[in-house]
Design a protein around this ligand. Structure first.
Ligand SMILES: C[S@@+](CC[C@H](N)C(=O)[O-])C[C@H]1O[C@@H](n2cnc3c(N)ncnc32)[C@H](O)[C@@H]1O
Length: 279
């Protein structure tokens, strides 16, 4: 189908929570000198211009990164995330917003590498151009789930897999569960971070039930909502489900989420950090 374009949504509240969790996991991987791999199954284009007409049309970033950017006091734990935005912009102006590949690239050391997949015929060339001749980055125009299956286990045996599909089709919630089942069999110690939108709460509950039934331990759920659940259209919350999270992630997010709620949706916001399956 491939009608989803991330340019309309870049920098929204869902990107903020996704990229903060991603950055914190990469911070934790960098605690050791040993190399790691970052594998992004649904990469997008890597960088977004917030002055582009598509961003301006929805204005979603104004209820996301712009609100965080304007805060005077910011938790120390989100420094790496903010740094990945600053390197794309000069000074304090906020024009460019990093997609997940750029968030990761800002954190990569010489010994680390990343694998990106993007299937959209218009977005793939932009992603290619963004990392042109970057020897630490390998890009595939392939189905993200298929490439993931073919890539595991990675030679480094440490790293993060980000799974961030557009959820245009109901099938994609089941595809995620299947991908985790297959990946965990091949690489049980990898860190897997699955982004999810709350549009219809039942879809998320089903996906969580599916993940909980796989017999995998250490599954953490992190969520930031901007308004209560509703039966009407539109995303009211989003979150990350992390398998094998670094040990500090739970406490870090319990500090960061109240700050994000106050910055982004003080009146109607809500958050949670809960174990779907504990250790
Ligand atoms: C939510 S966006 C990704 C955003 C990106 N991860 C970020 O955080 O900046 C989902 C992307 O997946 C791409 N896509 C859709 N189906 C795909 C598939 N089967 N394999 C790989 N990419 C796919 C879409 O074109 C879109 O760019």
């Amino acid at each position: 189908m491939l009608s989803y374009r991330h340019s309309f949504h870049a920098g929204n509240h869902a990107d903020v929570i996704k990229h903060i969790v991603q950055s914190l996991i990469l911070d934790a991987l960098k605690q050791k000198d040993k190399p790691f791999v970052y594998h992004d199954t649904h990469s997008g284009v890597g960088r977004y211009d917030l002055t582009h007409e598509w961003s301006e049309k929805t204005g979603e970033y104004k209820q996301g990164i712009e609100r965080v950017w304007q805060q005077d006091t910011i938790p120390q734990a989100i420094q790496s995330y903010l740094e990945s935005i600053k390197v794309l912009n000069n000074g304090d102006a906020l024009r460019y917003y990093p997609g997940s590949p750029r968030v990761a690239r800002a954190q990569l050391r010489q010994q680390d590498r990343m694998v990106l997949t993007e299937l959209h015929p218009a977005d793939y060339p932009l992603l290619e151009q963004e990392f042109h001749r970057d020897r630490q980055v390998k890009i595939f125009k392939e189905d993200g789930f298929k490439r993931l299956k073919a890539s595991l286990p990675p030679q480094e045996r440490r790293g993060l897999v980000l799974i961030d599909p557009p959820y245009e089709l109901a099938r994609e919630y089941r595809d995620v569960v299947q991908a985790i089942f297959q990946s965990h069999k091949r690489w049980a110690t990898g860190i897997y971070a699955i982004w999810y939108p709350v549009v219809n709460r039942y879809d998320i509950e089903d996906m969580i039930e599916g993940l909980a039934g796989l017999g995998i331990r250490k599954i953490l759920q992190i969520e930031l909502g901007v308004s209560p659940d509703t039966n009407e259209r539109g995303m009211t919350a989003s979150g990350m489900i992390v398998i094998n999270p670094p040990w500090k992630l739970e406490s870090q997010m319990k500090e960061i989420l109240p700050f994000l709620k106050e910055a982004i949706a003080p009146a109607t916001g809500h958050w949670k950090v809960d174990w779907i399956v504990p250790e």
